[in-house]
Design a protein around this ligand. Structure first.
Ligand code: NAD
Length: 235
């Protein structure tokens, strides 16, 4: 479970542990990942997922891989820092690839595995000023589909979940930035503008979807992108 120290990752770690999983919680934030590991009786791994060598030291005997770690950077294309764009791809695309390479041999040998990639509505749609994030999430969608095709003969499924705006620190930071730019009601006028269901999604609701994709009854769901977007992409 990557990005387990906060927000969606934390909620997923709690839900998976409650369902009986032994959780390896991975995050670069040492304090928060240790707190989550303690809460779920799991193991904390303090790893920066931009560091390929550090990923190589993570455990390989993993039946369920949740690629969740990610971050946002907001800037128009002409001002988007290239090093930030590349870092977003390292953390949100290359790290999931490396973790799949790392864990797939064990999944295949057991004839069962679940890969869940926490994408976004921005894996399916674009918004202005989010070039790095939108490009990385679209790439993650493609990687997830390839993993689904390659995993199918071995009992391994791969899916994306695609939340709209979730009540997490990642979104709270965007709301703070918009408020600083003078947006008086940024939640309604910017974030939820295209969303018919006028509220934020809760991290626990994303965790419930992740749990379903890892549990019995979802074996035929693979290569899919499960939208939890309050109707955004239908709009
Ligand atoms: P968050 O900021 O609350 O948590 C992200 C976690 O990832 C943090 O604990 C952070 O330390 C960790 N992380 C970031 N970069 C890392 C790195 N290089 N190495 C290791 N850990 C790293 O954010 P969140 O909202 O819970 O987001 C989780 C995922 O959900 C992200 O991939 C995000 O893109 C996706 N998502 C979020 C929303 C939303 O509205 N919050 C919507 C759609 C998708």
């Amino acid at each position: 479970m990557t990005g387990a120290g906060s927000g969606i990752g934390r909620a997923c770690a709690l839900a998976l542990a409650a369902a009986g999983a032994a959780v390896h919680a991975v995050d670069r934030d040492a304090d928060s990942v240790r707190e989550v590991a303690l809460a779920v009786g799991g193991t904390a791994h303090v790893v920066d997922l931009a560091d390929a060598a550090a990923i190589g030291l993570l455990p390989k005997k993993v039946d369920v891989l949740v690629n969740n770690a990610g971050f946002q950077h907001v800037a128009p294309i002409e001002a988007f820092p290239v090093e930030r764009f590349e870092l977003m791809h390292r953390v949100m695309v290359t790290a999931p690839l490396l973790l799949m390479q790392h864990c797939l041999p064990h999944m295949r040998s057991g004839g069962w595995g679940r890969i869940v990639n926490v994408s976004s509505v921005h894996g399916l749609r674009a918004s202005a000023n989010k070039a790095g994030y939108v490009a990385a999430k679209h790439a993650l969608e493609g990687l997830s589909k390839v993993a689904a095709i390659e995993g199918a003969p071995h009992g391994v499924t791969s899916n994306c979940v695609n939340p709209g705006y979730v009540r997490t620190p990642l979104v709270e930071r965007q709301l703070d930035d918009l408020a600083a730019q003078g947006e008086t009601d940024a939640l309604a006028t910017v974030l939820l503008d295209r969303t018919p269901v006028k509220r934020l999604l809760e991290p626990e609701e994303v965790a419930a979807a992740v749990l379903w994709l890892c549990g019995p009854g979802s074996g035929f769901a693979t290569g899919s992108s499960l939208t939890l977007d309050g109707g955004w992409t239908a709009n």
